[in-house]
Design a protein around this ligand. Structure first.
Ligand code: AN7
Length: 345
């Protein structure tokens, strides 16, 4: 029924807040037994790629846009590695306000670029990485008085907590391990806040260990210093200076969790496993979660029999190029039955 309708009473929604709704949230939590058995855990995947624009960003965007409208914003602006721009563009189109998005040139997956353009956003490709684009977007928002809908916008984080609330409702408890990809570190911070809410409300009695996974080439929270030149195949998390670094460190520290880095090869391998042994196609950044759990298992840091939830933040269809780069081509035949029989091996 949409995040604002389902959780309005627990969010800063008032009589004056316009009801924006693309039926975001309420995403599937799927049990993955074949993969879970190999890891020795009860494994669940939260399919955030099932949101209307194909990523978790819609949960926070719906509130950010509703509040922007409430405040009379003329236009939205954001910088993005792809998914924020797709989401902002979708909601801007839905409510009928202009949207400007700044993207790092050549580093946004094909599907995300197609989304921002077809939803009618003004797409500006900058020479420089996401971190630079974010600085520019912030300045532009200030000069032009546009609503800034990156996660520096507090409403984004507040409404992203709904993901944790849903997990607690679905499982009837908190997981033991919460595995999540980390870029700007906003989602991990929001989930931690959401779990703590659920405990205050009495929906859960324990809290999960927050396990944040970064790509090795863009892992400022693992190395504990900003990464001036982030690089990874998982372009969604190609971020060197996370906005919510402090909140995320707090989440990991308080929960007894960890940040870990996974390599691009490990991410790609995890993407294949999720697809072939789980029937789930998630974009590379999301697959850092499974890559991370495999790593934890190998270093004996994944307790046998624990319950683990992976947040699969974005749909695999967002980045067809990366997926196709690691699989074979279709078998080509003519149109005879003989050829078909030969191909069916
Ligand atoms: C699929 O779209 O930062 O740690 O500009 O698209 O909350 O930043 C995307 C981030 C994980 C990281 N998975 O979340 C953007 C952007 C996917 C993502 C993340 C992103 P945060």
């Amino acid at each position: 029924m949409g995040v604002l309708k389902r959780y309005g009473a627990k969010l800063p929604v008032t009589d004056k807040t316009p009801s924006v709704n693309l039926e975001e949230g309420s995403t599937p939590l799927v049990r993955l037994d074949r993969i879970g058995e190999k890891l020795g855990v009860e494994l669940w995947a939260k399919l955030e790629g099932c949101n209307p624009s194909g990523s978790f960003k819609d949960r926070g965007m719906v509130l950010a846009v509703a509040k922007a409208l409430e405040d009379g914003a003329r236009a939205l602006v954001c910088a993005s590695t792809g998914n924020t721009s797709a989401s902002a563009a979708a909601y801007a189109a839905h409510v009928g306000v202009p949207c400007y998005v700044l993207l790092p040139s050549g580093k946004v997956a094909l599907g995300k670029l197609a989304q921002a353009l077809i939803y009618g956003a003004k797409v500006i490709s900058i020479e420089g990485n996401f971190d630079r684009a974010l600085d520019m977007a912030r300045e532009a928002a200030e000069v032009r008085s546009f609503a800034m809908v990156n996660s520096v916008n507090p409403y984004r984080l507040i409404a992203q907590k709904t993901g944790a609330w849903e997990i607690c409702e679905s499982l009837g408890k908190a997981p033991d391990i919460h595995a999540i990809p980390v870029g700007n570190a906003c989602n991990i911070s929001a989930y931690w806040a959401g779990y703590r809410d659920a405990r205050v409300w009495g929906n859960i009695t324990s809290l999960p260990r927050m396990m944040g996974f970064q790509a090795e080439g863009a892992s400022p929270l693992v190395t504990n210093k900003p990464c001036p030149d982030p690089e990874t195949i998982a372009t969604a998390i190609r971020i060197g200076n996370p906005v919510s670094a402090e909140l995320a460190r707090e989440a990991v520290r308080e929960s007894g969790g960890e940040f870990n880095a996974v390599t691009d090869d490990e991410i790609l391998n995890a993407q294949l496993i999720l697809a072939k042994d789980g029937g789930i196609f998630a974009e590379p950044a999301s697959c850092a979660t499974l890559a991370g759990l495999i790593k934890l298992k190998e270093s004996r840091k994944l307790p046998e029999g624990s319950t683990a939830v992976m947040i699969l933040t974005g749909n695999g269809l967002k980045d067809p190029d990366t997926a196709l780069s690691q699989v074979g081509k279709p078998i080509k035949i003519g149109s005879t039955l003989e050829e078909l029989m030969e191909a069916l091996v």
